[in-house]
Write a protein that binds this ligand. Structure first.
Ligand SMILES: [Fe+2]
Ligand SMILES: [Fe+2]
Length: 456
């Protein structure tokens, strides 16, 4: 698999609109890439050209159908196995041109990306090839038919060296791409790498042996077995695509359910989607693992699903609720958890849904859990839910200002809300991306209603 930035908003812009940080980063990477390519081209083994063209055809086949990753917009293709196998067979000079060819086909032809993006991808792949081959060479590895042809065939001892340089290949490739995405999107490149590329490491390690095997077969037997070995590579790509499609369908079903929840109460239209978006930002800020962020996202989308059993005359009532009606409303986390819990794949999400109105001081509902008894994801949803409810129009009031909503959260920190979660929301608000609805305005006086009654 090879990483290339695709939907990255900033790098996809016209060259003249690129932020200064990206321009500097691109210049450094492209400069290094050009130096590496010129240096390698001087050593190009022209006698291998015919066989290299055969490998280049395989590379095109591997590059033609990239798969877009869920977050950050990057894509992967199995082409790195071919490029890496080519490195072992021909050496870095040919593999560097494979890298250039890969970027031209993948970005220039398939995606019709701007020229600077094609050049960046070509450069980062050339750098990747050169560093990985340097590691391979210094570990004692030798290319099979290149200019440094010191061995006639690859032996078992070479496999360890190939594996290590393969891991280096993955790390350099994904780090360079994470850098450009991170700078462009204003996210930590480390975070981009963790979210987008760390999960693909097992897939890369699974595909790498195919590239190694292609190299061994080419050197020991010839080109035909290489073509046969390419088939499992395409099957691996097909399986991964199926997994990504199923994952997306799963999220689509949850989003459809969410629309049904929001349709029950016209005043909360879009509420679950927004709470989900904000909760994910808070979860990431608090350093949750990506698998936990996914559970948080699902739970936030479904947190009010229990409301679908509440009669609309209670849900939309503008007058104060009777104690019986209040009990029904306060039971919606329990009902929601029961509904969500029926789906085996969402049993962890059910516990978060159950606890999304619990408070650290034990005065929440429906169970009165305290502090660590409440999952972190539920504490995040509780605070974000309150924030979003205050920032939305309701039948009994217009929306509150950002300053007002934040002040309410800060006053409730430690009793109503987890202080860490409130701190993260405060930080994200000051950054401007969390809630872009309106700017910072002065306090307009305290409302009579408590936070809990404002919560959606
Ligand atoms: Fe709720
Ligand atoms: Fe809500």
């Amino acid at each position: 698999m090879v990483a290339t930035p695709v939907r990255t908003g900033s790098i996809g812009r016209p060259m003249q609109n690129l932020p200064r940080g990206i321009l500097i980063y691109l210049s450094v990477v492209v400069g290094l890439g050009v130096v590496c390519l010129v240096q390698q081209t001087a050593n190009f083994p022209l006698s291998d050209l015919g066989q290299a063209v055969f490998w280049a055809i395989l590379l095109v086949l591997a590059t033609l159908s990239p798969i877009t990753l869920p977050r950050g917009g990057a894509t992967i293709t199995p082409s790195s196995a071919v490029t890496f196998g080519g490195l072992v067979v021909f050496g870095p000079a040919v593999a560097s041109w494979f890298a250039v060819f890969n970027a031209l086909v993948s970005d220039g032809v398939v995606r019709r990306a701007p020229v600077h993006k094609v050049v960046f991808n070509a450069s980062q792949l050339v750098i990747t090839v050169v560093i990985a081959s340097w590691v391979y060479w210094n570990l004692g590895g030798r290319w099979g038919v290149g200019p440094h042809n010191s061995v006639d065939a690859l032996g078992v001892a070479d496999l360890g060296r190939i594996l290590v340089s393969g891991v280096v290949y993955f790390l350099v490739n994904t780090t360079l791409v994470s850098g450009v995405i991170g700078i462009g999107e204003g996210i930590s490149p480390r975070r981009v790498w963790q979210v987008n590329y760390l999960p693909t490491a097992p897939l890369f390690l699974a595909v790498l042996p195919v590239g190694i095997l292609m190299a061994v077969m080419h050197i020991r037997v010839g080109m035909l077995p290489v073509a046969l070995l390419f088939i499992p590579l395409l099957i691996a790509r097909y399986c991964f695509k199926q997994y990504m499609d199923i994952r997306e369908a799963h999220l689509e079903i949850i989003r459809a359910l969410t629309s049904a929840i929001d349709a029950v109460d016209p005043y909360t239209e879009g509420h679950s989607q927004e709470v989900s978006r904000m909760a994910v930002e808070v979860g990431r800020k608090l350093g949750m693992r990506e698998s936990q962020v996914e559970e948080l996202e699902c739970a936030a989308l479904l947190h009010d699903i229990g409301k679908i059993v509440i009669q609309s005359d209670i849900l939309c009532k503008e007058a104060p609720l009777t104690p019986e009606e209040m009990d029904i409303v306060r039971n919606h986390p329990h009902v929601g958890a029961e509904l969500v819990g029926k789906l085996k794949s969402l049993y962890k999400v059910a516990d978060i849904v159950a606890a999304h109105h619990e408070r650290p001081d034990g005065r929440g509902y429906p169970y009165g859990r305290r502090n660590s008894e409440i999952p972190l994801a539920a504490r995040i949803i509780h605070a974000v839910d309150a924030y979003h409810a205050m920032r939305s129009d309701r039948p009994y009031r217009t929306k509150r200002t950002k300053t007002y909503a934040l002040r309410e959260l800060l006053e409730g920190a430690g009793t109503d809300f987890d202080p860490r979660v409130v701190g993260a929301i405060e930080y994200l608000c000051s950054n401007g991306s969390f809630d872009a609805a309106e700017g910072w305005v002065p306090l307009e006086g305290k409302a009579a209603q408590s936070i809990s009654s404002l919560t959606g």
